[in-house]
Write a protein of this length. Structure first.
Lengths: 228, 245
């Protein structure tokens, strides 16, 4: 087992999830708050990583972050080194790649919140941002959890973008999925087995958590009803 | 002529209803009276800021909330208005007491605000329901809590002046005795805190009980405005005739 890769993967997934939630919450609320051409366009752009080969995304990011473009040169000046083949570069790639997995469950969750509650809160003089925090978010907490779990697991499972953008640098850009690829290339099937099994068990557990949640909550509610 | 609390002159078309109304609120309690589908709810929603009328103006005593020509539209949460609608809309993830304290102002004196909420809960018969969740309430209990929530928010209003309390038949589901009792409690609170009220009803008894100013709406227009005994005299005698058989 490549523990360095495991640690790096967890760090990457946790940071990606944190950044994604900060971006996805306002973005999803805006998308869910109406219908317009510009919202449709935003949704299409957000969904792009779902259908695009990861290598295409990785390729464009590689170019954009490199010395060949103006933004790339600015980034190089800020960080003192090219972002490609570094953890920071990988993080940017992961955020873009997992964006739809964070945004789409939230959009669905926000759309399901009865606007009557938002109106009731505004009718009591409460500012929209406070209404979002105190009413909208609690009423869509299942979607929030789904969004976080999917963003995390999807980042753990990414391969194409990482390879294209990060290369394969131990401790900086070699994640578990890349490590598995290496192990197989080295015919180290014992290690490969361990890595693959770990990823499988982790993914299954995360998905089970999402799908089990409504059942757990219903049991919760039933117990409360009996107690009440 | 007394100062105007609110001046409304709007035109708005939604579905089959074409609103074209203009009136001024000058009395502490004004009732919008009229048949269902006459546009009362839309009018209240326009005053609260949930509907943007096609044309016209809505002015409070101190500022313009809506002016189609000047392109002024003050968003609902910034209007000196507190609303309770036909549907209770208690926040399902909060207990009754948290719901009632949700729109609490008076951040500078939280102790007083808490005391007011508890007194209001008492007078609306909600004290023993304080820790219940909305899904554990009956329809009538939810409606009482919804009115109490708007009232507490209006009393503890955190800006200069008093807000206008907008009530869109929030007690319609209650039986008559309970409704009359709640209306009396409401009137006591709003008189004590000098909170002006604009409420919608099509219950004749409620309008008379309140001794309110009545704005009679018919076909989207103001048919008449004045003291209840004057404006609803005809409805009253009709009702009495029916009762006598």
């Amino acid at each position: 087992m490549d523990s360095e890769a495991l640690w790096l993967t967890l760090r990457l997934a946790a940071s990606t999830t944190a950044i994604l939630l900060i971006i996805a919450l306002p973005l999803a609320w805006w998308i869910a708050s109406g219908h317009s051409v510009i919202r449709a366009l935003a949704q299409a752009v957000v969904a792009l990583p779902l259908v695009l080969p990861p290598t295409v995304l990785g390729y464009y990011l590689l170019i954009a972050m490199g010395p060949m473009t103006a933004p790339g040169r600015i980034l190089m000046r800020i960080f003192g080194h090219p972002l490609a083949f570094s953890f920071a570069g990988l993080l940017i790639g992961s955020v873009l790649y997992s964006l739809p997995f964070a945004v789409q469950p939230l959009v669905a969750g926000f759309r399901a919140v009865d606007r009557g509650y938002v109106e009731a809160a505004a009718g009591l003089g409460v500012r929209p941002f406070a209404v979002f925090l105190s009413v909208v978010l609690p009423l869509s907490r299942a979607s929030l959890l789904t969004s976080a779990v999917l963003a995390f697991t999807h980042t753990v499972g990414e391969f194409g973008v990482v390879l294209m953008l990060g290369g394969n640098i131990p401790g900086a850009t070699r994640t578990l999925s890349i490590s598995l690829f290496d192990q197989v290339e080295e015919f180290n099937y014992r290690a490969a087995n361990q890595t693959a099994l770990l990823l499988l068990v982790f993914s299954m557990a995360a998905l089970l958590l999402i799908y089990l949640l409504p059942t757990l909550r219903r049991m919760d509610g039933r117990q409360a009803d009996i107690a009440g | 002529m007394p100062d105007s609390l609110l001046t409304v002159a709007v035109r708005h078309r939604v579905g089959a209803v074409a609103l074209d109304v203009s009136f001024r609120l000058t009395q502490p309690w004004t009732v919008l009276f009229g048949p269902s589908g006459s546009g009362k709810t839309t009018l209240l929603r326009a005053i609260a800021g949930f509907v943007r009328p096609d044309a016209g103006r809505i002015n409070s005593a101190s500022e313009a909330w809506f002016d189609a020509l000047a392109n002024i539209f003050v968003p609902p949460h910034r209007r000196a208005v507190r609303s309770a609608g036909q549907i209770a809309r208690l926040f399902p993830h909060m207990s009754v007491s948290r719901n009632i304290m949700y729109g609490l102002g008076w951040n500078s004196k939280p102790h007083d605000a808490r005391e007011i909420s508890e007194q209001v809960m008492d007078s609306f018969g909600l004290r023993q329901l304080a820790d219940r969740m909305p899904r554990e309430l009956s329809g009538g209990e939810s409606q009482r809590a919804s009115v109490a929530r708007a009232l507490v928010s209006a009393i503890t209003f955190d800006a200069p002046g008093t807000p206008l309390l907008l009530l869109d038949e929030p007690l319609a589901g209650l039986d008559v005795a309970m409704r009359d009792q709640m209306v009396a409690e409401l009137k006591r609170w709003t008189e004590r805190w000098r909170i002006p009220v604009l409420s919608v009803t099509h219950a004749l008894s409620e309008a008379f009980l309140l001794e309110a100013e009545v704005v009679k709406i018919a076909d989207g227009k103001v048919a008449q405005q004045g003291p209840v005994a004057e404006v609803l005299a005809e409805e009253r005698s009709q009702l009495l005739k029916q009762l006598r058989g």
